[in-house]
Design a protein around this ligand. Structure first.
Ligand code: PBG
Length: 326
């Protein structure tokens, strides 16, 4: 017997009918939420699969263009590009030329697919022989302020090549202001900055470093990437980048950091991206291959959790699979 005068709230009546469930769904994913990462290498007709990341390839520009066509047919209109040069040196000089692999790739894509939104990862770890994200001091630590100068130069070259969005991922202090100032001074006032604003020193990047050939040859990135244990610092990192002029913030990785996504969403009104990184992709694909999970449902559940946590934009190697599922 129910107590008189007590209203029993029944939530199950909201769930009985599929149309009602759909009407009341609070978070949704759509293909325009997604950004697909592409890795570009020198050469012709190159398509190297990466063992730890099934269906992810290093591709030469001709194959990248073909892939853009495929993406367009799937309804994916936003990519993020990573350049992998043939020659690396201590200061990443190949990134500072408009003939670099990444500049040529951006130009070729924008020439053929003018409406494609092209973001470019701005960092030096793919271009340096030591694999760190900037110029090193004699003691092996990355020199913050010297690195700012070359990040600012690389940003202008990429904007001039046609990049719509510059995505700085080097985690140098002051990089957003340095890049914004240098873009503006060179008349690229409409080039957006999507900052990897809260980026943790994470083991989840392992497979990416195989694809991008960017593992540090010594040490790790803990002196510039963020401690996964720190919540306040994670929020401050993003708020500082907002203050320096970022247009879009980002949390990376995402699966283990949904609390931080929510925190940043509640502390900033900027659009927020999440990067569903290589290790997260590799784990899910491995579980699929082992027949351990209902892959499609697990995948969609993960993507919805990013949106529910507060993400507006999802950078993911799963984007093509999502396009086929929704
Ligand atoms: C470059 C960069 C990295 C990733 C994106 N940009 C690697 C790193 O910081 O070590 C990782 C992406 C992924 O794991 O999918 N600095």
């Amino acid at each position: 017997m129910m107590n008189e005068g007590v209203v029993v709230v029944r939530l199950r009546r909201l769930r009985k009918n599929e149309n009602i469930r759909n009407m009341l769904q609070e978070s949704r994913i759509q293909i325009s939420d997604f950004v697909y990462p592409l890795f570009v290498v020198e050469g012709n007709n190159v398509k190297n699969e990466i063992k730890s990341m099934p269906d992810v390839y290093q591709m030469s520009i001709d194959n990248i263009l073909q892939e853009c066509e495929n993406l367009r047919n799937l309804g994916i209109s936003h990519i993020i590009l990573f350049g992998i040069p043939a020659i690396k040196d201590s200061i990443g000089s190949s990134a500072l030329s408009d003939k670099s692999i990444i500049s040529r790739a951006v130009r070729a894509i924008k020439e053929r697919f003018n409406d494609m939104v092209v973001s470019v990862d701005l960092c030096f770890c793919e271009y340096t022989d030591h694999g760190h994200c900037g110029i090193l001091d004699s003691n092996g630590d990355v020199n913050n302020d010297k690195t700012l100068e070359i990040l600012a130069r690389q940003a202008v070259i990429l904007a001039d090549s046609g990049a719509d969005i510059i995505a700085p991922s080097a985690m140098m202090d002051g990089q957003i202001r340095a890049i914004r100032d240098s873009l503006d001074a060179n008349k690229f006032i409409n080039t957006l900055i999507m900052s990897y604003s809260t980026k943790f020193a994470s083991a989840f990047y392992g497979p990416f470093r195989d694809v991008a050939d960017s593992a540090p040859s010594f040490g790790d990135r803990k002196t510039y990437q963020q401690n996964p244990a720190n919540r306040n610092e994670a929020i401050r990192e993003s708020l500082i980048d907002e203050d320096e002029g970022a247009d879009i913030l980002m949390v990376k990785p995402v699966l283990s950091y949904l609390d931080i996504v929510r925190d940043i969403k509640e502390n900033s009104l900027l659009p927020l991206a999440v990067y569903n990184v290589s290790g997260e992709y590799a784990m899910l694909r491995a579980a699929k291959n082992a027949g351990l999970i209902d892959y499609d449902r697990t995948l969609l559940e993960m993507m919805i959790s990013f949106k529910r946590a507060g993400a507006d934009i999802i950078i993911s190697y799963h984007a093509k699979e999502i396009a086929n599922l929704i």
